[in-house]
Design a protein around this ligand. Structure first.
Ligand SMILES: C[S@@+](CC[C@H](N)C(=O)[O-])C[C@H]1O[C@@H](n2cnc3c(N)ncnc32)[C@H](O)[C@@H]1O
Length: 302
């Protein structure tokens, strides 16, 4: 099976780097016909093509992992990317954008537990620090959190607990070992995007380095909106690593800034959310894994 750019590649090492460009690539600009107000339009122009080209070259020359050479050197800061976007009227992505190199059932890929971390220590520390700033205090009565695409770790602050912390993922052995969870559910969201929870039941939904595996993201985000309490917070975090055979093609063919746009678009086109915002919490740019957050709150009127 060929991937998005039509190459046949051997299976990668686990957690290979997906891409690492700050610029919105030509692929995404073409697809979206972006209209971005203000000075960003010019900045975007500077970077066009860099991420796509570097990624293409890497895919062509590296048979094991998907390592792009471009680093964050130019373009709008991540925090600005979702400001003043004039979104196209219709969701611009097509079915083929959500295809993966490996279309075998996800249950096979995640059958064996992986007790590993998928990003480096500084990136995890940055995420944990971010959580400690935006999460309600530990042990707040009535607070429920869902960690979507969860595993044996959720990267919550040490000792953090709430009455209800649910993990939803693909591997039961991993979920069983996650110390922060009070319950878990094993479910393939690409087969069944309906979340097995009541309406308005969660204060926070987290998803760490996994939004790129969702092949029906709008269905999942619709469900997230349904189960969040009004004003509830959804935090999607990602780096530049992934199991690239399992990531959607629009992700593996674009760079970091595109990924911010892509996740922002999920919130936007789902509706029922406040305008999404992006934050770059990368710990040591260029020396550790980058870490980006795209977040939004469910409208309090929804
Ligand atoms: C790269 S790991 C990240 C795990 C964890 N969030 C972390 O930060 O270490 C990807 C996770 O996404 C989950 N996942 C992948 N595809 C999924 C699917 N189709 N439905 C539900 N979860 C999925 C897997 O169970 C796996 O735990």
């Amino acid at each position: 099976m060929a991937n998005f750019v039509g190459l046949r590649l051997p299976l990668p090492v686990l957690g290979g780097v997906c891409s690492s460009s700050p610029t919105v690539s030509r692929a995404v600009i073409r697809k979206w016909n972006w209209r971005i107000k203000g000075p960003r339009r010019m900045l975007l122009g500077l970077g066009v093509g860099v991420s796509f080209f570097s990624q293409f070259m890497t895919m062509a020359t590296n048979s094991n992992s998907f390592i792009a050479s471009a680093r964050i050197t130019a373009g709008p800061s991540v925090d600005q990317i979702l400001k003043n976007v004039e979104w196209p009227e219709q969701f611009p992505f097509k079915e083929e954008d959500f295809q993966r190199f490996d279309e075998t059932p996800d249950s096979l890929f995640y059958e064996a537990p992986r007790f590993v971390t998928h990003i480096d220590g500084p990136a995890i520390a940055a995420l944990t620090k971010y959580y400690s700033k935006v999460f309600p205090p530990s042990d707040t009565p009535g607070v429920s959190i869902l960690d979507m695409c969860s595993s044996w770790v959720s990267h919550f602050p040490s000792g953090y607990k709430q009455e209800r912390v649910v993990g939803l993922g693909m591997n039961e052995e991993e979920l069983k070992r996650n110390p922060v969870l009070t319950e878990y559910a094993v479910q393939d969201l690409n087969v069944n995007p309906k979340l097995p929870f009541d309406d308005n039941s969660f204060d926070i939904i987290t998803n760490v380095v996994s939004v790129d595996y969702l092949t029906k993201p709008l269905d999942v985000f619709m469900e997230m909106s349904r189960i969040l309490k009004p004003g509830g917070l959804a935090i999607m975090s990602f780096s530049n690593r992934c199991f690239w055979t399992k990531a959607i093609s629009i992700w593996t063919s674009t760079g970091d800034a595109d990924h911010v746009m892509i996740v922002g678009s999920y919130f936007h086109y789902t509706g029922g959310f406040e305008p999404p915002q992006a934050v770059d919490i990368s710990p040591n740019p260029g020396r550790s894994d980058p870490m980006y957050i795209v977040y939004s709150r469910k409208l309090s009127t929804a």
